[in-house]
Ligand binder design. Structure first.
Ligand SMILES: Nc1ncnc2c1ncn2[C@@H]1O[C@H](COP(=O)(O)OP(=O)(O)OP(=O)(O)O)[C@@H](O)[C@H]1O
Length: 723
């Protein structure tokens, strides 16, 4: 489709914007698949293998790994989770020397003959996952793959394994064809693009103005090899990689004028983002460089390089994720400065990425009025070296003074909107109450049995995911296929079973979302679930985990103790996970008791006050059971730690799209009421208004709120106007 449109010239621009309606996309484990396949072919032919391990066991083990890696977007508990200590012990037992790096262990490559090795330690083993990469040959694979290789070598007493043999084996035909098709596409676009520096002055100036790069010199553009694809006026950024520095892919940046003031920029990559692992600018880095600036966009990398003379590289998907596959390429640097953008989201991402990179070598540029993104800083004539000098160490101390905090506080005050988090587009009322979805918080969500909790949270999470929030689902009650079907229906906003011809269209778009599923079903051990979540946070920079539901983690705990004490303990564990990983956790919990004629409240969920204290937000799906409006739902926020506003608003369920729309504006207005004199009479009923009030954190108040909002909710419900 892409190629077809590309040939038509100008339509490519539209395609670019359609493809990149999200800048953040998911990164799948696909990259490891070809090797495992090749591996299997290779190993089948090595006669010593059956002697090393039982053939059947060995092959089925490999097949299982291969099969599982084929399952896209699913996150599993690693078959044999390893620690860096295990890896080190194994290497010592094999007499393999290693360097202890920042994110990886470095060992001599086993795929290069020792006499021809350029760099003696060019094979990198990720300390967290055990995944390996040989930088000289680009052979990569799992920790198990590497162990198998080492066993083979030892048995054959070889000095090295030929990567040619490994790489020479055919891939699955489909993959090979896809790869070749992409390569042709890359080469086609690249060869029909022209270096920006070859343009006539007038045209060059026009393009520079369009992309706001008038301050970027021709020399810088030339050094980084930036080109222009004339038919669509897209900037083309190359991805050169591998031992031969060949062209592996491209990123296209397009500009679209919305009105006289506003231009939007969209990007697209070939190959598609899930296999686009370019650290743009890397070929310009010398082996001797010990310092690098990591930016969130290619143009920012250009600006840093020009403004400071320092090596700079851009992450392929900006602040949305730092794929571990890139870590080996950053190992050589003693100092890494993260300057991912000028907003709070980039700042939060830089704090998270610095953990993967090793806190001690990282410094972070704090965004703000005086520190916009690098390109903007260059355009404003700021001194970029000075901004870098003011960057702050990522490793924080346990005790700080206000002096150290004052910049953080100022940043929060200046960017209140961004600090409030990602806003729901489908649920404006929820945004008005909670202000947004923030990292590191714990949301507890409850509602009566069968009231639509899963369906509602699915849409809530989808809304965020569509805005680039990397999402992981733990659905223990309904299987992933059913859940994905619900989400896809909500995404397409229509009953797809009646429009099957549209399935591929919507599925293609849906596949682009940064969405992952844990493969658990039924009762689970909490430790296994937490380890898997941790694994996913590392691999995919997950920002939001949804657990549906907590009762599925209770089974294996000791039930001789109080059930609610166990539940509260589990809530505490998830709280800790959310805080430690700067990841939002949404926990669905069944209420402890349901009475037919009474609405649920915070106390209906928690075993103790301590547990309710752990949650930052408490949401309740209320179900109206009266005869006048049976089945009518509303969403009540009974706790909001961020700014205290609580409230309730009605939800309408559209069965064909499984979505909960909000009533049309005008019929329903959110009205703030002051927190203080709090009795029912003072919460005045005005037509269809719904209350939004200040919670001072007291349970008593929350109960009153529920009652008060119930009082004003009745007319809304009673009106029977669903849409
Ligand atoms: N507001 C609604 N009105 C009518 N039907 C609904 C509504 N919301 C969801 N449903 C339907 O009710 C069924 C149950 O929904 P769902 O599984 O989301 O409920 P739940 O509260 O998560 O259930 P459980 O308590 O078993 O976990 C689904 O078929 C769903 O499509």
């Amino acid at each position: 489709m892409w190629r077809g449109l590309l040939l038509k010239g100008t339509t490519c621009l539209q395609q670019v914007s359609a493809q990149s309606f999200l800048r953040q996309r998911h990164f799948s484990s696909q990259c490891f698949r070809p090797l495992t396949c090749r591996f299997l072919h290779k190993l089948r032919e090595i006669p010593c293998i059956p002697k090393l391990k039982g053939t059947d066991h060995f092959l089925s083990h490999n097949l299982i790994r291969n099969y599982k890696k084929d399952a896209k977007s699913t996150v599993e508990f690693p078959l044999s989770p390893i620690t860096v200590t295990d890896i080190k012990q194994y290497l010592r037992s094999k007499d393999i020397p290693f360097h202890d790096g920042y994110s990886c262990l470095h060992i001599p490559s086993i795929f290069i003959n020792p006499s021809t090795r350029k760099d003696s330690f060019s094979l990198f083993i990720d300390k967290t996952t055990g995944q390996f990469l040989c930088k000289d040959t680009l052979v990569e694979g799992s920790w198990e793959d590497l162990q198998d290789c080492l066993e083979v070598m030892q048995k054959d007493e070889e000095d090295s394994l030929s990567p040619r043999v490994l790489l020479g084996y055919p891939e699955i035909l489909e993959e090979q064809e896809e790869r070749e098709r992409e390569l042709r596409e890359v080469q086609g676009i690249w060869s029909s693009s022209v270096p920006l520096t070859d343009l006539q002055d007038e045209e060059a100036q026009l393009i520079k103005t369009m992309y706001q790069i008038t301050k970027i010199s021709n020399a810088t553009l030339k050094r980084f090899g930036v080109r222009l694809f004339k038919p669509t006026k897209c900037l083309v950024f190359p991805w050169f990689g591998g031992p031969d520095s060949s062209l592996k892919g491209i990123k296209l940046l397009s500009a679209q004028r919305i009105d006289a003031e506003k231009v939007t920029y969209n990007e697209a990559t070939v190959p598609k983002s899930s296999s686009y692992f370019n650290l743009f600018g890397l070929p310009l880095v010398s082996r001797m460089d010990s310092e690098v600036v990591v930016t969130g966009s290619e143009l920012d990398a250009l600006a840093v390089s020009q403004g400071t003379g320092l090596p700079s590289v851009a992450l392929p998907r900006g602040a949305s994720c730092l794929p571990p596959a890139l870590l080996p390429y950053l190992e050589q640097f003693k100092r890494v400065t993260l300057w991912l953008g000028g907003d709070i989201r980039s700042w939060e991402a830089s704090k998270i990425f610095s953990r993967k990179l090793g806190l001690r070598r990282c410094t972070l540029v704090r965004p703000g009025e005086f520190h916009p993104c690098p390109l903007e800083a260059l355009s404003q004539g700021k001194n970029l070296s000075r901004i870098l000098k003011a960057s702050i160490p990522a490793a924080h101390k346990s005790i700080v003074s206000f002096k150290q905090l004052r910049e953080d506080v100022y940043g929060e005050l200046m960017n209140t909107d961004q600090v409030a988090g990602v806003k729901w587009t489908r649920f404006p009322e929820l945004t008005r109450i909670l202000k947004g979805h923030r990292k590191g918080e714990l949301t507890v969500f409850t509602g009566p049995t069968g009231s639509g909790k899963t369906t509602f949270i699915s849409e809530l999470a989808l809304d965020l995911c569509m805005q680039g929030v990397n999402t992981l689902w733990g659905s223990f009650e309904i299987n992933n296929v059913r859940l994905a079907k619900i989400m896809l229906t909500q995404f397409a906003m229509q009953r797809l079973e009646e429009n099957l011809e549209q399935y591929d269209f919507w599925a293609d778009k849906f596949e682009e979302l940064p969405l992952y599923f844990m493969t658990f079903h039924g009762q689970q051990n909490i430790k296994t679930v937490l380890d898997t979540m941790q694994h996913a946070v590392y691999l995919y920079d997950i920002n939001h985990v949804i657990i549906d539901n907590l009762q599925f983690m209770m089974g294996q705990e000791n039930l001789s103790v109080d059930k609610f004490a166990v539940q509260d303990h589990i809530i505490g564990v998830f709280r800790k996970f959310a805080t430690n990983n700067s990841c939002h956790v949404t926990l669905i919990i069944h209420p402890r008791k349901e009475e037919d004629d009474r609405e649920l409240q915070t106390a209906s969920i928690f075993g103790s006050a301590k547990a309710s204290q752990e949650a930052d937000n408490v949401l309740i799906l209320q179900e109206k059971k009266l005869v006048t409006c049976p089945g009518r739902r509303s969403l009540q926020v009974t706790k909001n730690r961020f700014d205290g506003d609580v409230g309730i608003f009605p939800l309408d369920f559209i069965k064909s799209s499984l979505t909960f729309s909000t009533p049309i504006k005008g019929k329903l207005k959110l009205r703030k009421v002051t927190a203080k004199p709090e009795n029912k009479e003072e919460v005045q009923e005005k037509g269809n208004d719904v209350t939004l009030k200040k919670d001072e954190g007291k349970k008593e108040k929350a109960t009153k709120t529920a009652k008060a909002s119930q009082a004003v909710k009745s007319p809304v419900n009673g009106s029977g106007k669903a849409k």
